[in-house]
Ligand binder design. Structure first.
Ligand SMILES: Cc1cc2nc3c(=O)[nH]c(=O)nc-3n(C[C@H](O)[C@H](O)[C@H](O)COP(=O)(O)O)c2cc1C
Length: 69
C-alpha cells in the first residue's frame, strides 16, 4: 500500500504504535467504531497524506539484511 501510494504521489508512514488500542479495555468500542470485521486483527496502520517535505533514503544497512538464497 505504501508503494502504491508513493506511485500516486501520496506519502505514507507505517505505524505500529496504535496496536495497544486494539488490545486494551476499549478495543471492542474502537473496533465497532472503525467497522473492523470479526476475525481480523490489527497489524499496522498506514497514515496517508501529501508530503510537505522530502528527504533522501537512508544508506543501505547491510548489517540489517539477511539474504536467503
Ligand atoms: C512495522 C513498522 C511499524 C512502525 N511503527 C511506527 C510507529 O508506531 N510510530 C512511528 O513514529 N514510526 C513507526 N515506524 C517507522 C515509520 O514507519 C517510518 O519508517 C519512520 O518514521 C521513518 O523514519 P526514517 O525515514 O528516518 O526511517 C514503523 C515502521 C515499521 C516498519
Amino acid at each position: 500500500m505504501a508503494l502504491a501510494a508513493e506511485s500516486l504521489g501520496v506519502g505514507s508512514v507505517i505505524l505500529g504504535l496504535p496496536r495497544p488500542a486494539f488490545t486494551g479495555e476499549k478495543a471492542d468500542e474502537l473496533r465497532a467504531r472503525l467497522g473492523c470485521p470479526d476475525g481480523y486483527d490489527f497489524v499496522i496502520a498506514l497514515s496517508l497524506g501529501y508530503a510537505t517535505d522530502q528527504k533522501e533514503a537512508h544508506d543501505l544497512r547491510e548489517e540489517n539484511i539477511s539474504w536467503i538464497r
